[in-house]
Design a protein around this ligand. Sequence first.
Ligand SMILES: [Zn+2]
Length: 309
Amino acid sequence: MRKLRRKMKVMKPLQSNQRTNLRSHAQPERVSDLYRHIDKIGDEYARALKRQVVKMRRILIGAYRTKIAPIIRRYEAEKSKVEKLATNSADEELEKILERYSGLIAVEIAAVLYAMEALFEPQAIGDIVSRFTSAVSEAQRRILLAEMMEEIGYINRDARDNMDYGVDEIVSEYLGNNLEFLSQTIPAEYAERANRSILDGMCKGLGVMAIGAGLQLYAEMSERRAEFIAHDQTNDLYLDLCERRQKNMDCESFEWVQRPHLSKVPRPEHTKRNGNVYRWDTGADDGLDEWRYPGEGYGCNCIPRPVFN
Ligand SMILES: [Zn+2]
């Protein structure tokens, strides 16, 4: 629908006085270039978080070599002693040994977690996150103005002057919540996975080398998870800013735009919504999906384009 509208505008012959209008000189790619810019911001943020995860891995692997592996070796030695004796109470005894050594490992993991958490404290990543939030905000602002230019042919100055009302609160609230989420989630998940993987390996009798190799695997999972979180947070903030600024500019509705090239598995429900117009106050109340706004669902790369009155 929207594309058709645009095409018709282009097909109308230009009046000579319109030729000086910026619109006729604007690059047709401009808005999509700006969208690529916002995706780049998300990528950069993902890389920054991944760097912190790589540091977490170094802490874990260091602690594994120096503290945890020796505990596992002592456990294995004690275990094989009991197994050789093969007494009636062997099973009971093995269980006790495992319990004792897993307690020792839990202490080491707690120390690892403490060091990891420091990597996600506000003083460590506050700059990264605040640079990211202001970059998203600035890019979203530019996109909205470019959309207005493209859609109605000029920038309404009153609307532009009103667009930032309440945006600072959104950004600072987001910044606070985001820092809290990151510091609580990423290191805790990583330490929990590492702990489980070590105990699992001990129960299976995998040995120090194989357990260590397993930890590398979990590190990669955490890196992917950090990447995912970064993109999800980019979409969340972008959506919140779109809603506030579009409403400030008196846009009551938005057009659902799917960007299937960005998702491995684009949601078919969102393909059905692509190009439809929904009201901001209700969202897409079609019952197709629990997520009513573009970019809201996990891994959803859809965006709300403004519909100007
Ligand atoms: Zn989507």
